[in-house]
Design a protein around this ligand. Structure first.
Ligand code: SAH
Ligand code: AVI
Length: 332
């Protein structure tokens, strides 16, 4: 049974500094265990959620501004242009629950389109970034109760402190694509439990497309995506007493046609030995650490996945260039 490691960041809750430091220790222990296990296995891999510390979240925000990175601007335009239609299809909502909320910038568009929303619960692993975004959202939307939850959305078993009422889930940016199909199905089944009967779920999902557009989105000319990937090694150095030389690893983005996903790796540029928490790891030249997957779905593929997890597809919206989709699902 997965543990529930979510914690409320909401003001006024009993978050003593002792409790906070115990929580930080638990987060570092979880990071250490994942890194030591991931570097020891073959092929080596580290779960992508660890890309997001405060530095990683800020770098992701820079990615969203890149000319090559079409998902954010396309999803934003869909929410702007079709917001009223989407809100009408959703119907009445009291509580908006966002998974992997990041900066919550696109969320403001959804909140404005929805009528009569009482509460917003953003969920994210990146604690300081989440706290800042929650403060900004509360300031922008007078009368809206904002209750951030820090934790891993794949392992949350309850929405601590969530008010009763009709719930809408929001999972933007195609972050569901960072999960394998099996993980995505498990996530959707769990989200159904968290959101409850009669809830609706709006998800942003990146579409399959030509590699001339796809690969540059994950390997931009300015090297911002490379910095985002390499920050994982820098984070290991900062938090786990690591000695990675980040100049001796390169960011690689490749499309796996069979799995319909972009795979991201950090590739060793030389034979080298690295230490983390006193353990040694020797890399051959060209050996890789798998750090991220970004699955792409056609509209029918994603609808079939949602159905298999117990969600009924209601409607899907796409942009005219067929780059990105927004899916509305409803629980029977
Ligand atoms: N939804 C925003 C941010 C996308 S970036 C947008 O569309 O712009 C992905 C976000 O999900 C990051 O903020 C990251 O910290 C968060 N995240 C990734 N894996 C997570 C997990 N397992 N649990 C909770 N948050 C996670
Ligand atoms: C957050 N997630 C959906 C991004 C993506 O497109 O898969 C993460 C990312 N990684 C590199 N660039 C963007």
């Amino acid at each position: 049974m997965a543990s529930d490691i979510s914690t409320s960041l909401a003001e006024g809750r009993p978050g003593t500094s002792a409790a906070k430091s115990a929580q930080r220790e638990a987060q570092t222990a979880e990071f250490a265990a994942a890194v030591l296990k991931g570097l020891a296995r073959r092929p080596r891999s580290i779960p992508s959620r660890f890309l997001y510390d405060a530095v990683g979240s800020a770098l992701f925000e820079e990615i969203t501004e890149l000319k090559e990175y079409y998902p954010t601007r396309t999803e934003t335009a869909l929410l702007k242009d079709r917001g009223a239609e989407i809100a009408q299809a959703i119907g009445g909502v009291d509580v908006l629950v966002e998974f992997g909320s990041g900066s919550s910038r696109k969320t403001s568009l959804l909140i404005e389109a929805l009528d009569g929303l009482d509460s917003y619960i953003p969920i994210d692993v990146s604690e300081s970034f989440l706290a800042e975004a929650a403060k900004r959202l509360a300031a922008q939307h007078a009368g809206l109760t904002v209750k951030p939850l820090v934790g891993d959305f794949t392992r949350m078993t309850t929405l601590a402190g969530a008010p009763r009422g009709q719930k809408l889930g929001f999972f933007s940016g195609s972050t569901i694509g960072n999960l394998t199909h099996e993980e995505a199905t498990g996530f959707l089944v769990n989200a159904a439990q968290l959101l409850g009967r009669d809830s609706t779920f709006l998800l942003g999902v990146d579409l399959k497309k030509n590699l001339d557009i796809l690969i540059p989105a994950y390997d931009d000319d300015d090297g911002v995506t490379a910095s985002f990937s390499l920050n994982l090694l820098a984070r290991i150095n900062r938090e786990l007493d690591g000695d990675f030389d980040t100049t001796q690893f390169a960011h690689r983005a490749v499309y796996n046609e069979a799995k319909g996903r972009v795979e991201i790796y950090l590739e060793s540029l030389t034979e080298q030995t690295v230490h983390v928490r006193g353990r040694s790891f020797t890399f051959a030249r060209d050996e890789r650490i798998h750090t991220e997957n970004s699955h792409k779905y056609s509209v029918p593929e994603f609808q079939a996945l949602a159905l298999s997890a117990g969600w009924q597809p209601v409607e899907a919206w796409t942009d005219e260039d067929q780059l990105f989709s927004l899916h509305l699902l409803r629980l029977a």
